[in-house]
Design a protein around this ligand. Structure first.
Ligand SMILES: [Zn+2]
Length: 273
């Protein structure tokens, strides 16, 4: 069910502009397009056969999260256990349950996943959002099946103005394209600016984002009874995602799951039966 992707290229519905041109172009024109826009690896820009692909080295460097995994936190489990048909859960999730229902991630936050996210966020590689979104749609198959809408984690106005785009919105649009679930960026807004979570401990992170998100009054009626999937690039301690999930649940959402490109993983977790 949660198998590693079987090829380095992102499947259907994710063809980049160059590939569309290539398909439409014949003979000489096609060769000219290939010369002008040679497909490169999503992460390291080495030559690859098709656009929207990772080269073999980067593919090997992606720490894909595959079964068995904790159904709540989406982290890999050290071993599979017999749970009588119920999805396995980690001891970590039972000790400290998240506000959201289930999280899924394409990969652990390792070197290649970090390079992809940084390229998207800080190097204006907006072309990555579509193939990364397609990878997320695949990793989130089991939670997207029952989802009514995708809700990107909002950026504060100042940060949005500086960066000019919200990477979570772009990733959500990539997921929507591959999975057919609509994006509802207006379901959640950031009420105040928070300091970057990097360098803060767990308690400080939770304090930093407490009350920082709210559902606009205009979205309340649409959210009630809906199953939502929060979308972000990275999941670290989960403080931000938990604050978002709480706001949506308070507004009456029937369920809130989480889909990220990468999540921080501290070794394989112990499953609990
Ligand atoms: Zn590469």
């Amino acid at each position: 069910m949660h198998n590693p992707p079987d090829r380095a290229c992102v499947p259907e519905g994710t063809t980049l502009h160059a590939a569309r041109l290539r398909r439409g172009a014949g003979g000489l024109a096609r060769r000219l397009v290939d010369l002008a826009l040679p497909p490169v690896c999503m992460a390291c820009r080495a030559a690859v056969e098709e656009p929207g692909c990772l080269c073999a080295a980067c593919w090997r460097g992606m720490e894909f999260i595959t079964s068995p995994l904790c159904d709540r936190l989406g982290i890999p489990l050290a071993y599979a256990i017999e749970t009588g048909g119920r999805p396995p859960v980690s001891a970590l999730a039972l000790d400290d349950p998240p506000a959201y229902g289930r999280a899924r991630a394409v990969a652990a936050f390792g070197d290649v996943a970090r390079d992809l996210i940084h390229a998207l966020k800080y190097a204006d590689r907006l072309d990555l959002a579509r193939p990364m979104g397609a990878m997320m749609a695949r990793a989130g198959t089991d939670i997207l099946g029952s989802a009514d809408a995708l809700v990107p984690v909002p950026l504060h106005g100042v940060r949005l103005w500086r960066r000019r785009f919200n990477q979570s919105v772009l990733l959500a649009q990539g997921i929507a394209r591959a999975a057919g679930v609509p994006v509802r960026a207006g379901f959640l807004e950031r009420t105040r600016r928070t300091v970057p979570q990097v360098g803060l401990d767990r308690a400080a992170r939770a304090r930093n984002v407490a009350g920082a998100f709210r559902v606009p009054d205009s979205a309340g009626a649409e959210i009630a009874g809906r199953r939502l999937v929060l979308v972000d690039d990275v999941l670290t301690t989960g403080a931000t995602i938990d604050a978002c999930a709480k706001a949506l649940l308070r507004a009456g959402a029937a369920g809130v799951d989480v889909l990220v490109f990468a999540r921080v993983v501290d070794g394989a977790a112990t499953p609990i039966s």
